[in-house]
Write a new protein. Structure first.
Length: 272
């Protein structure tokens, strides 16, 4: 911010003061006075109510994208004790996730800009908004989804699987391009939390029972490869005395749903 002062405005001549040629001169308006609006310029037409609602929905759902993270409260295997290759893998996964989120945010802003600049009767803009809304509903887990993907079954006969193992599986799946998933009957969302002790794990407060079954939609080959990399999920489960089965499929159904939290403070912009 500049700290310099602008030129000092000269005081206007007193009302009625004669000019050099004898004609009274009116007081000049201040230099920084805002120009009067031309009454002949038509006011901008308000947005169509349906378009305004769709803009509000997109804005609200976009906020969820900023909160994409899965928390774990398990302290037995903290990052401080992780191996170098594990830290590198986690960093790569987080970097890939950040890039996808940045692209998604850019796409949503572009869609909002296009919708806001289009006429209120633009059917193409409304259709674009609907498609974006449907995509975000799938990502946020508020509607069922189906498509190609994998089913992962993690068996834990010795009850040694910790919350960090499941967290690592979720992170690696996201890093490999998973679009949506559920663990047992719990849909994984942008604020999902993995908690509990081995043999008594929960996701979002819902109890999980071994074997833990992941149903994931995305590229089957990419996700299966991510699970099986050296030092990855399969290796971690094996060190805990468990086993992992991965089945690739052209049709995986993810039908567990998450409730959509109503915003406490935000509300759609009516365009006025």
């Amino acid at each position: 911010m500049s700290t310099g002062q602008g030129p000092t405005p000269q005081p206007p001549p007193e009302d009625g003061a004669p000019a050099e040629d004898g004609v009274p001169v009116e007081a000049a308006p201040p230099e920084d006075a805002a120009p009067a609006l031309d009454a002949s310029v038509p006011r901008r037409r308000g947005r169509d109510p349906l378009a305004a609602v769709l803009i509000g929905v997109l804005t609200m759902l976009l906020g969820f994208a900023f909160a994409v993270q899965v928390r774990s409260t398990d302290t037995e295997e903290s990052l401080a004790g992780a191996r170098e290759e594990d830290l590198i893998r986690i960093l790569d996964d987080l970097t890939a996730q950040q890039e996808r989120l940045s692209q998604e945010i850019f796409d949503q802003r572009t869609a909002l800009d296009q919708l806001g600049s289009s006429g209120s009767d633009s059917a193409a803009a409304l259709q674009e908004a609907r498609e974006r809304t449907e995509a975000l509903e799938i990502l946020n887990g508020t509607v069922a989804a189906q498509g190609p993907g994998i089913t992962i079954t993690i068996r834990d006969p010795e009850q040694g699987i910790t919350s960090s193992v499941l967290l690592n599986a979720i992170q690696e799946l996201r890093g490999a391009g998973a679009e949506t998933m559920q663990v047992d009957e719990v849909r994984i969302g942008v604020t999902s939390a993995v908690t509990g002790r081995p043999g008594d794990l929960q996701v979002d407060g819902e109890d999980l029972k071994a074997p833990y079954v992941f149903q994931v939609i995305g590229s089957p080959q990419d996700m299966a490869t991510a699970m099986s990399i050296p030092g990855g999920v399969v290796s971690s489960v094996g060190r805990k005395g468990g086993t992992v089965d991965i089945v690739q499929s052209e049709q995986v159904v993810v039908d567990a749903l998450r409730p959509l939290d109503a915003p406490q403070y935000a509300e759609p912009d009516d365009g006025d």
